[in-house]
Design a protein around this ligand. Structure first.
Ligand SMILES: [Zn+2]
Ligand SMILES: [Zn+2]
Length: 241
């Protein structure tokens, strides 16, 4: 880390509790109440794919259902969340992790899904390939998982070892919508040594952004084929169709 970036990381750390990451108001929490109400209003979402519902039944799920038992998203992938998530992911502004997880925990249904009797056995971050992990230095989904686990007192085991990402796929964000499914097919694999612990268990996948759902679907399929009873997903932001 260069002096400049070390300096700005320190500066950021020092100003964490004092300035809103969205509107820059000061003094404030990292995400002020005004921005929370303005940009993170609760919307009625499809319980299976987390898209905002515009009709009584989700047309997306009628057309091509995902292999998920349930799916929650806190917000739409749009301003200001797209920018915040990019800062969280690429600039490793981990100070944003807490307010982002906060959004998720305030999303209707998420608290009970993590803490109730039907709570998952495993919380699993969507893995990065070894190559991408080396480039980026950390997996933001793993970070989110750990925070969620701590904040929700969920009894699930957080495991980054159950699910592996074998192929180094092109970044989904660089691909057109219809190429994404092909890009991630067979990219996920369950560790053969872990299939025993997976039998009949419920898994909740965690990621920052869900675009078409192709990656989550491929990961869920791998887990189900390896013996998981059901797979659900939790994401911060869902890209509108
Ligand atoms: Zn604000
Ligand atoms: Zn749906």
């Amino acid at each position: 880390m260069g002096l400049m970036s070390a300096g700005s990381a320190l500066y950021r750390a020092l100003q964490l509790p004092s300035q809103c990451a969205v509107c820059r108001s000061w003094p404030s929490q990292r995400l002020c109440q005004h921005c929370r109400t303005t940009f993170a209003a609760t919307k009625a979402r499809c319980p299976l794919c987390a898209l905002v519902l515009t009709t009584a039944q989700c047309l997306q799920c009628l057309r091509s259902p995902l292999p998920l038992a349930a799916c929650w998203a806190a917000v739409d992938y749009a301003y200001p969340w797209s920018e915040l998530l990019a800062r969280y992911k690429f600039e490793q502004d981990t100070g944003l992790g807490e307010p982002l997880v906060d959004l998720l925990l305030h999303t209707p249904g998420v608290g009970p899904a993590l803490a109730d009797l039907q709570a998952p056995d495993y919380l699993v971050p969507l893995p990065l390939s070894a190559q991408r992990l080396a480039e980026r230095g950390y997996n933001q989904a793993w970070e989110l998982c750990r925070r969620l686990h701590r904040r929700s007192r969920c009894r699930a085991t957080v495991s980054a070892r159950l699910l592996l990402r074998l192929r180094h796929t092109q970044a989904q964000s660089e691909l057109p919508r219809d190429a994404r499914q092909l890009n991630v097919r067979d990219a996920f694999w369950v560790d053969p040594l872990a299939t025993g612990q997976l039998q009949g268990r419920q898994v909740m996948l965690v990621d920052d952004i869900m675009t078409t759902g192709a990656s989550l679907a491929a990961a869920a399929t791998a887990l189900l084929e390896a013996g998981a009873r059901s797979v659900s997903a939790l994401v911060i932001a869902r890209t509108p169709p």
